[in-house]
Design a binder for this molecule. Sequence first.
Ligand code: COA
Length: 384
Amino acid sequence: MKIQILGTATTKFGELWGVSPRTMAREAIQNAVVASGLKPSDIDAIFVGNMLSGILGNQANLGSLVTEELGEFKPSLRVEGACASGGLALNTAINSLLSGQYKTVLIVGLEKMTDHNSDDVTAGLMAAGSDEERIAGATFPGLYALMARAYMQKYGITEELLASVSVKNHYHGTFNPKAQFQMAITVTDVMRSSKVADPLKLLDCSPISDGAAAVVITSEPSKKFAKKPVYITASEVATDTLSFYERSSFTSLAAVVNASAKAYKKAGVTSEDIDVAEIHDCFSIAEVVATEDLGFSKRGKAAKDIAEEKFTLGKGKLITNPSGGLKSCGHPVGATGIKQIVEITEQLRGEAGKRQVPNARVGLTHNVGGTGTVAAIHILQTKL
Ligand code: COA
């Protein structure tokens, strides 16, 4: 069965003070449906990726909320998997097409974080951690800082090399009008930014963000997108222990290794075939580890490869995070996995403007929840 992406849309990401979750959802949904060339009544079902709405906003019933905004009462449900909620919602939607239950579905990723104070957001995000981690007072910046320490010690990597991830992603973000931060930064800026969880500094961290993204996908061959077709050729999910301390490795995420191995096999490609990838850089160390787990760099070499601009627009062959990634584009957690799909679709259609990766034909999205407790990998191609 061929699964094709039709319409896509995102809101701007950032501190959207005057915009409610409902308004963000409406904008993303309506623009994605219009872009797909379909009517709302053509949508068979809706899948919503969201993590924090129930915890921070006391609104957990997003399936019903979103179907109201479509203007059609369709089967509609929320999927939660921490920061991978968007990727998991897409995987669930794809499985509903593969089962034959539905033919054309809408997937929405949605998160409103900035109306709440940082302490509440940090505590809310820890709902994705284990009881032991919460009792110990761990936060996600703290857990990723442990990963950074383990990696730096194992491979002799400096904080300056880690900083090159944020430098690259902020550079790419300067070309993205939807990004939260659209300014370039230097390694010195990162090094001088305030410490959050040593060795991670403010500019090593993705921000707290609002945003929504939506895509319409179909298994019906007759529903053709007018422009260049983009197919989802693999959608794989893998899981690992909830606690970071229980992992066999602190410098590689098994969920990513397993999900990406299955995805490459399913799509019939290797890491060398990927032209463009959106990587879940919630912290600079996360992109370094992912670059190795996905097979784009040798073990211990990713930070150096990134610093040598091997994955930078206009320099490298395989470009990572052309959207600016989570660091520069922003990280409204439930929306991120869908925004990654929107970005790769635009890249494969040649519609990415100043951040276009030339001749991109095969793209990958890497969406991770917690410290790698769950990973969703999607591969998108212009040809089957
Ligand atoms: N990158 C760049 N600038 C940032 C930033 C980031 N990650 N986070 C905040 N800022 C900026 C703000 O825009 C603000 O700038 P201004 O003074 O010019 O308006 C300034 O820094 C202070 O912002 P504030 O909201 O007070 O920051 P904070 O100290 O409350 O929060 C972090 C900073 C890094 C702690 C917070 O963004 C965070 O927790 N990030 C990680 C989120 C996370 O864990 N996500 C899940 C991943 S698994």
